[in-house]
Design a protein around this ligand. Sequence first.
Ligand SMILES: [Zn+2]
Length: 880
Amino acid sequence: MKQILQTLFILSIVLILDCRLKKPVYHLTQSEAETRFEIIENIKYELDVHLTPKDSFEGKVKIYFFGKKLRDLRLDYYQGKIKSIVLNEEDLTNLPYENGHIQLPANNLMIGNNTLTVEFETPYAKTGNGLHKFTDPDDKEVYLYSQFEAFHANKMFPCFDQPDLKATFKLNATVPKNWKVISTTLPNGQTKGTNLEEISFSFPESAKISTYVFSLHAGPYQVWEDNFESIPLRLFVRKSLAKYVDPKDWFTFTKEGFAFFNSYFGIPYPFLKYDQIIVPEFNFGAMENVGAVTFSERFVSRAPMTRSQRENLSDVVLHEMAHMWFGNLVTMRWWNGLWLNESFATYMASLAQAKNSEFKETWISFFEKMKQWAYDEDSFVTNHPVEAKVSDTEEAFTQFDGITYGKGASVLKQLVYFIGEEAFQRGVQNYLRKYSYSNSTLTDFLKELEFASGFPMKKWSKDWLETKGTNQVELTTICAENQFYWKIVQSAPGLENKLRDHKTILGLYFFDKSNKQLSFEEVPVVYSGRSTNAIFPVKTCPNYTFINAEDHDFSIWKWTESNKESLEYVLEFDTDPMRKLILWTDYFRQVQLANITFDEFKDTAIRLYSSETDIKIKRWILSRVAGDNGSTYFTSRFWFPEEKRIRDLNSLQTFIWDELLKAKPGSDEQRYLFVSLVDSTYTANAKKRLYDFLENKLSVSGLKIDQDLRWNLIVKLSSLETERTQIQNIIDREKKADPSSRGVNSSLAAEGAEPNRSVKEKWIQILLNPKSSQYSSSTLRVVSYSLFPEHQKDIQLTFLDTYLDALDKFNNGEDENYLDAFAKSLAPDFCTDETLLILKKFTGNHPRLPAPVKKTLLKQIDSEKKCIEMKNKHKDLIAN
Ligand SMILES: [Zn+2]
């Protein structure tokens, strides 16, 4: 590589960097939260806000609470302006206000009833956390929405911001008269303000809920209405996007959810009304605010939605709805119990889809997304038990990961297979009934499940919830004289891992090669400890056997290459998509383990693609041969000679193009193939084809290149073109044709993607100073992810020192989502020993980096190690 000089230079900087000992102090620690819980209870908020399209808003909050102990009491309020504080009629306006909180002195508190009134002014957020303001470039309308999880309610108003200080909320909001206001309850009245251009909405007292699920959204949102039995349903979106929303799907998925959950949980929906609001610049997929769920606009497509997009929407609608019980009605005491929210909502959404929706394939998607996310996250040094330790609210942010969602939900699936669906449901019902409107811990949950099932939950929890790591299993089989012998050897690689009890299914295939057929049988097995074996009679010996046929287990199967020929036969002739996806995934893992080359895998995948009939499998194959996980990764990262890269990508393009012409017009497959065509564009021929599509010189019958897809093409081409005239004309033209916020963001992404160091320099300076930038965090995130595509690693390397300096500079008070996106999107993944060493030294010298940055760096170091190891193994594999 040509970066050695640069590398030495960077090393010298890294070595003289000082250790930074600062830790963001505005975050709330677990012990502070526990102390506060001891001091107060019975909290009621009365919040009055005056919302205008300016840069900040004014408000007054009256907090009634019962004092239990006379101790200094922390009031959380992040970087706003305090105008007055009155506690029990005593003016405390001059109390020190720093680091995002105010300490109310013990001697002003009373045992018994207290009243605190604070008048304040808060700037609107542009980070997506707190009360976020968005101005629609299409029609200049202003929209507001709140996002409070995990510790952002105090970014809107002063409060006691922790999950176990549940409270009731009464709200009054004065807004411009064309606005709607959405909150936890339905407004019981609206009055004209003194200003004729304004209107006030008052909302009655809510149920007792945590601060992080209270919410407030306002603006001239478009609304659709429906109902499920007595529950009023509404759907909101900003006006300029309304024409792309299909409310029918949204309401159908919502009603299916209520029908299922009301009966499954045995407790009717507790919060009276259900609103869903699609909001701009959202940091997450969706958020389960009580009765007012927010969704990212990524669920609005400007083209007809594919079945997989609709399945995903149904899944997210159900996930958030499950939270109304798991999370909102019963809430974890502290963020270490986040899995009690997220693992359950994830599992329940799939269960609801399987039982009461058109998407019966949900468990295949669960395997594809949640399981793989879980295995991946659990394989890094940053893994943690499902029930984790969380020392403060900053660390809480890092828990929203593949363990808390994917592994927790997978472990629940395994538990249900052990104890049975009925016992599980009974346990869940008892648990929800017992802890309604209050908070719970792991112990509370285990007690109810053990009572309902008779299953020893403590040991199970120690193994699966309180210990980290994934088990690996090896299967040995011998079959002779109608006797089938199997042995499973379990191991527990990694620190603090252990052997566990598993219940799973052995899948047995029997081939009839002369008729190109196969049959399949399942054998349930339980295994534990180091080694388990058994023997049973069979009519004939199976030709191929594998573990975890229906994906109830959570373990990695160590495949051996001797099976390869049989495996390929199964992949060709089995028709069950779930089994096939499990086997395809195992097969691809062999590439990652360098047991086979990527070319070997790709040849099989391409050969079997045409005869495959299941669209999920087809899409999976395409994502591996043409997406970021596949050829992009395995051709460029491994620095094969450029001629080979060009040859491979050309032949890949020929394959995709041929299939595209064969695919059914207007089908989802056609769209997936087209996206793969864009993903694998690199060579001159491929680029020309994309230009021809953009200039309407080329089309494929039934394939609609909508505006979002056009932008995909443009960003890709921009990242490849040093000669700018043609692409710049197109960017300018499309910018005019699409003045929407998506158009604006996409044109900025296209600009950032240019392979030009000075363009990167300009954007990095903007990214380093988000607070003074004209852009929202959301726009900056779009740009930062477009800056360094795979083929621009040489430019990215010249910014390595800038990146590390920036991580050192960002400190107290930077938004976690922004920090996380910055750290991840620009993370140095170069797969070389030199850069690995730099990352290690930097991380070693900076023990107190903000939690999201630290986690990203530790994962990156691990990922670089794995990449280097894989690269070296592949070199050997190819050389042999
Ligand atoms: Zn969730």
